[in-house]
Design a protein around this ligand. Structure first.
Ligand code: DGL
Length: 272
């Protein structure tokens, strides 16, 4: 089982921010990434639709010999994780719990802010998890639907980006949050703009790193961690990337999201 790969699923390209941390922490593991680029965004869709699309994606990943699946998408983790866990026997890791736990351990005043897609915020999944860890903590949420298109456009530091981020965050700042969960795959790329707007005293929680740690923990516990090189001492990890539409567009965005080019190593598949 150490030989199996780690499956990473996202609605599109954003989950590469999670893949990046998994690869960094577990460099000997191989990744199979699937981005449902034909049907992105998920953040505006209903729970029923998101769960149906996600089950199709997980079925595909299972055919690629994965030993564990990471749901990199906050929207899927918020809306569909429990249903997916019921229907698939592989270990499945969502992104909400690791981020929520980190936030609970970080907050000083007990007021945590959460930003995410419309569907994530509508689901109230973050407050539910946070309150299950510590019911005294107050959670203040805000959906930020314009941030995903801004990031996909590559507008990470434009004037308009500052204006939009500041418009969304101002009401949260008034609510005296001291910790802010970046509850969407795309937001880590806006970290410096967000930090500048909220000020140094507010701690930003990027769940990607926490998710990678959680993956390592599970693989270790289940004796599935690949922590050895091959007989010649080489790292033989190999990553594969699949999308459901426009592989060239995905390739062009990997530099920003994954931190490196993958030189066209992207295959188009169909989930329907
Ligand atoms: N991946 C989604 C998330 O983290 C953002 C993009 C979308 O709406 O599909 O919530």
């Amino acid at each position: 089982m150490t030989k199996g790969k780690i499956g990473i699923f996202d609605s599109g390209v954003g989950g590469l921010t999670v893949a990046r941390e998994v690869i960094k922490l577990l460099p000997l593991e191989s990744i199979v990434y699937l981005g449902d680029t034909a049907r992105v965004p998920y953040g505006t869709k209903s729970s029923l639709t998101v769960t149906k699309f996600s089950a199709q994606a997980l079925n595909f990943l299972q055919t690629r010999g994965v030993k564990l699946i990471v749901i990199a998408c906050n929207t899927v983790s918020a809306l569909s994780l429990s249903s997916l866990k019921k229907n698939f026997s592989l270990p499945i890791v969502g992104v909400l719990k690791p981020g929520a736990e980190k936030a609970v351990n970080t907050t000083r005043r007990g007021v945590i802010g959460v930003i995410g897609t419309e569907a994530t915020i509508r689901s109230r999944a973050y407050p539910k998890i946070i309150k299950s860890i510590n019911p005294k903590i107050k959670v203040r949420e805000r959906s930020c639907p314009l941030l995903v298109p801004l990031v996909e456009e590559g507008w990470l530091k434009e004037k308009v980006t500052y204006s939009v981020v500041s418009f969304y965050l101002r009401p949260l700042l008034k609510k005296r949050i001291d910790t802010l969960i970046l509850g969407c795959t795309h937001y880590p790329l806006l970290k410096s703009v967000i930090q500048e707007i909220v000020g140094e005293k507010i701690v930003l929680i990027d769940s990607a790193r926490e998710v990678a740690k959680q993956v390592r923990k599970i693989l270790k516990e289940e004796n599935m961690l690949r922590d050895f090189k091959d007989w010649s001492g080489k790292n033989v990890s190999q990553h594969q990337f699949f999308v459901t539409d426009r592989p060239e567009k995905f390739s062009s965005l990997t530099k920003v999201f994954l931190g490196k080019n993958i030189n066209g190593n992207v295959q188009k598949i169909s989930l329907e």
